[in-house]
Design a protein around this ligand. Sequence first.
Ligand code: ADP
Length: 490
Amino acid sequence: MVQTATAPSSAPTIRQTQLLIDNQWVDPVEGGSFETYNPATGEVIATVAAATSADVDKAVKSARKALEKGPWSNMSASERGRLMNKLADLVERNALELATLESFNCGKTISDSKGDLAGVVKTLRYYAGWADKVEGRTIPVDGNFLSYTLRQPVGVVGQIIPWNFPLLMLAWKWGPALACGNTIVMKPAEQTPLTALRVAELAVEAGFPAGVINILNGFGETAGAALVNHPDVDKIAFTGHVDTAKIIQRQAAETLKRTTFELGGKSPNVIFADADLEQAVAGAFHAIYFHGGQCCTAGSRLFVEDRIHQEFVERLAEKAKARNIGDPLNPSTEQGPQVSQEQLDKILHYVDLGKSQGAKLLTGGERFGDKGYFIEPTIFDNVQDDMAIAKDEIFGPVVSVLPFKGVEEVIERANNTSYGLAAAIWTKNIDKAHLFAKSVKAGTVWVNCYHIVDANTPFGGFKMSGQGRENGEAAIEHYTELKTVTVKLG
Ligand code: ADP
C-alpha cells in the first residue's frame, strides 16, 4: 500500500449549517447541534444544527401546506420538470465545489465524488423528463361507464438517507418524489450532513416553492424517528441498515405509512475459469474496494473456480498491495478513509473474527497510518460459508474468497444468505451466464461487469436487502397513489 501526499487544495467553504424549513434557514427549536468530521484526519470541520421532533413537526406542516395549497400544488407537470432541470444545471455548475465538500466530509476520493455528481445530475434530468409522463390508463369495464386511472402524489414524503453516497442517495430520492409532485422532508445521515445543505441552497435558487424541499439534519433516534412517527407523513423512503429498517417498519405500522427500503447486501461475485482473467481480476478488485467497500452492492463474497483460484488470489493481492491510500482530495488517491471511527472499529473487529475462525489472511488487515480512519485493503482466502466474514455485511475493504467447483454448487451457495441486493458472474459461457442470472436471488445481476448502476434501471433488493425499487419507472409507482375514476355515461 502506498501513502499519497496531502492534497495542496485548501478545505472547502462551508456555507450552511442550519435547517431548511419552508425555504428559510432556521435554528432548531431546541437549539441542538452536533459536530461533523473530516474522516481523513479525525478533525471537526463544522458544528451542524440538529433537528428534533419540534422541527420535524414544523417541516411537515410546511410540506403539507405546499402539497395542498400554493404554487406547487397548482404547478403544471412540465413546469415541475423545468424546475428540476434548472436544479440539475445548478448542480452541474457547482459540481466541483460539491464533489470537494463530499470528499471532505465523507472521505470518498475526489474522482469517486465527481462520478457521484455526474450521477446526481443524470438522475435529476432523468426524472425531470418523467414529470409530464406520469400517466394513467383507460380501462374497458362492463356497462355504460368510462373508467380511468390517475397517478397522484403519495403526499408528504419523509426521506432518510445514509452516509456512503450522500448526494447520490439524495438525488435518487428527490428525483422521483419531485417528478410525481410530492413534497419532501429529508434527513441526511449524521456522519455527512453538509452537501445536502448546499444542494438545498441550490434548490431554493432554482425556484422550488417554500415547503417543497425541507432538510433536517440530526440523529436517527430523534429526528429520523420523529419523521417515521409523524401522523401527517404519508411515506418513508429509507436507505440504510437492515436493523434500522426493521425499527422503521414497526413504527410506520402505527400510521400505515407507505415504506420503501434499500438495505444492505453480501453480494456474491462469481469468477469462472473461462472468464477473461485480466478483466475479472480488475472487476473483482473494483467490486469490493470501490469506495473502500462502503457500498451496499460490494462484491464481498468472491467465489473463484478451483482451477484458477491460486493464480487469481495472487493477482488480486498484488493489486491490493499497490493501492494508493491517502487524502481523498489528492487526485492520485485510490482509497480514502472509512467514514468514522465506529466503522473502522467494526471492520477491525471482523478482521479479528476472520482470523480467529480460521480464514487465511492473505494481505491487509491493519489500520493504515495513525491519523484518520484508514484501513488496508484486506483479502481473506479459503473462507468457509458459515464464517462471520462470509455472512455479515462488513461495509469495509474486506473480501472473503470462497473457492468452488461447479455452476449448480455456486448458485446454491450464492443464494445461501438473507440478503439479495446484487450478484455478478464472470464467464465467456452464455449458458452459465443466463442460468446464473435467472437463478440468483438478487435485485441486480451483472455479467462480466460490476457496479454499473444507472438512473434509468430499477435498483433494489430481494429478501432482506429491501422492499420496492428505486430508479427507472419502478420508482414512479412508489411515489404515486393509483386512483380509479368511473363515470356513468348517459
Ligand atoms: P448506517 O449503518 O449506514 O449508519 P443506519 O441505518 O444507522 O445505517 O443509518 C441510515 C440513516 O438512518 C441515517 O440517516 C440515520 O440517522 C437514520 N436512522 C438511524 N436510526 C433511525 C431510526 N430509529 N429511525 C429513523 N431513522 C434512523
